[in-house]
Design a binder for this molecule. Structure first.
Ligand code: AMP
Length: 278
C-alpha cells in the first residue's frame, strides 16, 4: 500500500490507472478506523481493480463547540488495517493541502441538508459536501463508498453528485453493528462502560418502534413520542427522533412513501446517531 499526502501524487497515480482503464474505488474516511470502515473498503476492493482510502479529519464539518480537537486519531492502526484489506493507496492530505490560503468556495445542498442533523449541526453538511466534492474531483473514482450509518449524509452526497454531474457512482453500504446492535462509530470509544452498555438501548428502541409503526392502525405521533420519552427517561438528551422520507429526509407522520426512523441522542458528551428502515 502506497501512502501519499499531495494532490499531485494522487493525480499521477490515478492517471496511470486511467491509462490501464482500471476501475477505481474511493472510500473517504476521517480515520480511527473500525469494522464499519473495513466493510466499505472490502466492498470497494471487491468491485474495483484499485482502491483509494482517504483519511482527513475535515475541520469544516465540525461546529465550534464540537469534538474536532479530541476526535480520535489512530494512524498506525489505520495503516495496518488498510494494508491488510488490500488497499492500493492511502491518501492522507493535511489541512494546507485541502484548504490552502485563500480557499473561498463552499458546496451547499439545499433541502435534504435542512432537516434532522441539519439544524443541530449548522454548517456540518456544507463542510461534508465541500470536502467530498474536493475528494471526488481529486481522485476521479469510478465508484465512491459511503455508509448508511450516516444516512442523511449519503443522501446529501447522492444529491450533489447528481446536481454537479459527477461521473462517479455513489454506493451506499449497510450499517455495521456491534453484537448488541449499537452502530459502530469512531465516537463510541468516548463512552465509559456504563454509557456504552446504555447506548445499546438506541437500536433496541428503534427496532421495536419500526415494528410498532408498521402495525395496522398504529398511532404514529403517539408511538414516536413514547419512544422519545423512553430514551429521555434513560438519561439520553435527544436532538431528534423522527420518521422521515428515506430520500429527502423530511420528517413525516405517515408511511405513505418510503420512510426511515432517524435518531440523534447524546449520552454525556458523546453524540450518537442511528437510522432504521420502516
Ligand atoms: P467517518 O470516518 O466516520 O467519516 O466515516 C467514513 C465512512 O464510513 C462514512 O461513509 C460512514 O458512513 C462510514 N461508516 C462509519 N461507521 C459505519 C458503520 N458502522 N457502518 C457502515 N458504515 C460506516
Amino acid at each position: 500500500m502506497k501512502i501519499i499526502t499531495t494532490i499531485q501524487a494522487l493525480r499521477d497515480i490515478r492517471a496511470g490507472w486511467a491509462h490501464e482503464k482500471q476501475a477505481v474505488g474511493l472510500v473517504p474516511t476521517m480515520g480511527a478506523l473500525h469494522e464499519g470502515h473495513a466493510t466499505l473498503v472490502r466492498q470497494s476492493v471487491k468491485d474495483n481493480a484499485k482502491t483509494i482510502v482517504s483519511i482527513f479529519v475535515n475541520p469544516t464539518q465540525f461546529g465550534p463547540q464540537e469534538d474536532l480537537a479530541r476526535y480520535p486519531r489512530t494512524p498506525e492502526e489505520d495503516e495496518k488495517l488498510l494494508a491488510a484489506e488490500g488497499v492500493d493507496l492511502l491518501y492522507r492530505p493535511d489541512e494546507q493541502v485541502m484548504y490552502p490560503e485563500g480557499f473561498a468556495t463552499g458546496v451547499t445542498v439545499k433541502g435534504v441538508s435542512d432537516y434532522l442533523c441539519g439544524p443541530f449541526r449548522p454548517g456540518h453538511f456544507n463542510g461534508v459536501a465541500t470536502v467530498v466534492s474536493k475528494l471526488l474531483n481529486q481522485a476521479q473514482p469510478t465508484c465512491a463508498y459511503f455508509g448508511e450509518k450516516d444516512w442523511q449524509q449519503l443522501q446529501v452526497i447522492r444529491r450533489l453528485a447528481r446536481d454537479l454531474d459527477v461521473a462517479t457512482t455513489i454506493i451506499g453500504v449497510p450499517i455495521v453493528r456491534e453484537a448488541d446492535g449499537l452502530a459502530m462509530s469512531s465516537r463510541n470509544r468516548y463512552l465509559d462502560s456504563e454509557n456504552r452498555a446504555k447506548a445499546a438501548l438506541i437500536p433496541r428502541i428503534m427496532r421495536q418502534l419500526a415494528q410498532d409503526l408498521r402495525a395496522a392502525g398504529a398511532d404514529i405521533p403517539t408511538l414516536l413520542e413514547a419512544a422519545r420519552a423512553g430514551l429521555c427517561a434513560e438519561g439520553f438528551v435527544l436532538d431528534y427522533l423522527e420518521l422521515a422520507g428515506a430520500e429527502d429526509c423530511t420528517p413525516r407522520q405517515d408511511l405513505g412513501a418510503p420512510s426511515r426512523l432517524f435518531v440523534a441522542a447524546r449520552l454525556g458528551a458523546t453524540r450518537l446517531i442511528d437510522n432504521w428502515p420502516v
